[in-house]
Design a protein around this ligand. Structure first.
Ligand code: DQA
Length: 144
């Protein structure tokens, strides 16, 4: 199984960005944890972070030719990007949405996700653990 992990805007700043909201882990450490989990389970993993909406759209399109599942933290684009939603919907690769914080317990503008209706499911509010849960969820898709 091949899994593509996509990180959206400002997630490159994890570790220093509002640690009281997003925790102290860096993106590098999250990716390292995922790589380790994937390796232990014999899964191939590729990761990408981008601050650019277009780059994320292109990455989703390109991954359609090789990825069995996508794990995405769309960050702020969760709440704004019809383009990302359309890309996920267009390619049809099973996609799991992840948020470090519980978006429903935060500001009103974060309560709505444009991505959820085209995702298999959403993991929100469990910090870094959410990525591990998303990986397990992606693996379970293989049995479906
Ligand atoms: C986030 C939540 C979003 O509302 C926010 O814009 C982010 C990170 C999260 O992981 O909690 O950048 O996706």
């Amino acid at each position: 199984m091949k899994i593509f992990v996509l990180h959206g805007p400002n997630l490159n700043l994890l570790g220093t960005r509002e640690p009281e909201v997003y925790g102290a882990a860096t993106l590098e450490s999250i990716n390292a944890m995922l790589e380790e989990e994937a390796k232990a389970r014999g899964v191939e993993l590729k990761t990408l972070q981008s601050n650019s909406e277009g780059e994320l759209v292109s990455a989703i399109q390109e991954a359609a030719s090789w990825a069995d599942a996508v794990i995405i933290n769309p960050a702020a684009y969760t709440h704004t990007s019809i383009a990302l939603r359309d890309a996920i919907s267009a390619v049809g690769t099973p996609t799991i949405e992840v948020h470090l914080s519980n978006i429903y317990a935060r500001e009103e503008f974060r309560h709505h996700s444009l991505i959820s209706p085209v995702a298999v499911g959403q993991v929100t509010g469990f910090g870094v653990e959410g990525y591990r849960l998303a990986l397990l969820a992606a693996l379970s898709l293989d049995d479906k």
